[in-house]
Design a protein around this ligand. Structure first.
Ligand code: AMP
Ligand code: ZN
Ligand code: FE
Ligand code: FE
Length: 286
């Protein structure tokens, strides 16, 4: 049976599989169309696309950009982006720098909390990846300070946790604008996490749509049927595309598999056509 998955991570950011390994696993899982959406980087895309060509898996070039929204954070996915577009480099360099400012401060907090860890070790294990909290969680796991990645988040790293340090994030208008400028389709990721925002979801959609948002990730690994139905109907009411994906990360999110999420995810293939119809239609001039 063929399936599609429009949200996945590789070692270019905080996933544990290389782009080639991810595409091979997707192929074994029966995924025929896979969007690769690493955090704040397009570096994994050429390798994923090349492996996809080899194996007959269509790779949709994507990205996931972390943004601020008032006091909270939300993530914007970009689909059918042009990784070679010159607009990426300066923005992604800034996002990279804000992570490099923040990560050592998280490690410093952990040191104060009794976990002996060196940011150089975290960096060495991450290689050239965009370093995120999952890399720090993995270091805590390797050193035996926690027994699982989720324990690392629960005890230390989660938003507002004892080792949490906020980072400078771009406003959503910037991320959405950047994705549109590079030919892509901006979509709100995992809408269930916006429940932390004290504003009706419809209002968030309208605000983001005003910035150029084009879709909502209504199908998502941790959505139940009711949530999926709700986000899908709100998307339709607001004339936004309905999309879906697993948010596969490999070891950083155990039990979550590409294509099937926690087992029940089934992203309808017919979501693709309206996305394709809009892709690249935008000015690639700006
Ligand atoms: P960062 O980008 O450094 O702020 O780290 C955030 C990333 O950590 C998210 O995109 C998720 O991939 C991951 N993450 C957040 N919370 C958890 C959790 N409770 N368990 C596992 N991974 C998480
Ligand atoms: Zn991630
Ligand atoms: Fe995300
Ligand atoms: Fe993600």
């Amino acid at each position: 049976m063929s399936r599609i998955d429009l949200h996945s991570h590789t070692t270019a950011s905080d996933g544990s599989l290389t782009p080639e390994e991810l595409v091979r696993l997707a192929k074994r899982q029966g995924v025929s169309v896979l969007a690769v959406t690493d955090h704040d980087t397009v570096a994994g895309l050429p390798r994923a696309i090349a492996e996809g060509e080899l194996l007959g898996v269509e790779i949709i070039p994507g990205i996931e950009i972390s943004c601020s929204y008032g006091e909270t954070e939300l993530h914007i996915l970009g689909y059918f982006i042009d990784p070679a577009d010159p607009h990426w480099e300066p923005a992604l360099t800034r996002y990279w720098a804000s992570r490099e400012d923040r990560n050592p401060l998280i490690v410093q907090r952990l040191n104060e909390l009794g976990c002996e860890l060196d940011y150089a070790e975290v960096k060495a294990a991450a290689g050239s990846a965009t370093v995120g909290r999952p890399h720090i969680a993995q270091a805590l796991l390797r050193k035996g300070y926690v027994k699982s990645i989720s324990e690392a988040f629960d005890r230390y790293l989660a938003d507002g946790g004892p080792a949490y340090v906020p980072r400078r994030l771009p406003p959503p208008a910037e991320a959405i604008g950047l994705i549109r400028q590079t030919g892509g389709i901006p979509v709100l990721a995992h809408p269930v996490y916006t429940s932390r925002i004290k504003e009706p979801f419809e209002q968030i959609c309208e605000t983001l749509k005003g910035f150029g948002l084009m879709g909502v990730e209504s199908f998502y690994s941790s959505h139940n049927q009711q949530q999926t139905d709700r986000y899908r109907s709100i998307s339709r009411e607001h004339n936004l595309l309905v999309t879906g994906g697993s948010d596969f990360h490999g070891e950083a999110k155990p039990n979550l598999l590409v294509g099937t999420g926690y087992g029940n995810l089934k992203v309808p293939e017919d979501l693709l056509e309206p996305m394709r119809a809009l892709a690249g239609k935008d000015n690639k001039s700006g």
